[in-house]
Design a protein around this ligand. Sequence first.
Ligand SMILES: [Zn+2]
Length: 278
Amino acid sequence: MTYPWPDGKRAAVCFTFDFDGESPYLWRSRDSHGQAVGELEQRRYGPNRGVSNLLSMLDNLKLTATAFIPGWIAHEYPDQVTSIAHQGHELALHGWCHEPPTHLPVDDLRRTLDRAADELAGISGTRPVGYRSPSWDMSVAVFPVLRSLGVTYDSSLMGDDRPYEVDGVVEVPVDWVTDDAPYYRYVAGDPRPPATVPEVRQGWRAEIAAAKKHGTLCMITVHPWLSGRPARVDALEELLAPVVEDTELWCPTAGEIAAHHTGGRKVSLAKLRRPFHD
Ligand SMILES: [Zn+2]
């Protein structure tokens, strides 16, 4: 069945960026008290340079994005997050310090997301209605928490290539294939070098063409510390310029996709769970 995109559009291309900065590293290394600063600085390229490079690219294209931002990052880098909001991009939840939800008791999950929502609302003036789980780690416990916080959509699962619904929350699905991390994330000692710009641009061009042919959603996820580097941000602009111009493609924020979605496939929490227990 063809998904009913608005205004007769054939498919959707959604551009999102996860402004993680050093938060995933801080969470992962929370029990260590070492002196290492290499990966911290590598990740700080995001707030130092990557965010403004991405914002310039989006401004050139007149493209509006969704930024998923851990609360700690909003607290630590209010100027960068203010710039994102002032340019009209949607701010959405991404944990407090990028803690994966399966690692948190449900009360801590609710408390940290509520605090992060306050932090983002303090900058944008609006409480976020969207959530993306850190590292796309997900638990059935997240959905009732999202509903209790007035969050209407999640963007962390891959069960479809069109929007669907899980436990009353709209799922705006993602895909590792159009996430920059598997291609560009490289830290000392990794067994392979990062992918080159032409490789990623060519692969994602094919993903967008296929979305248009099949009437699906192409969800692009990038990170300022990775894709905010000059050659990579230029490649994104080159990739997206014809997409924005294509009248058959819809380029909404994740929030606009969720607001448009009605009906369609619904998944209960019982169906979402693994079908048997060990
Ligand atoms: Zn993240």
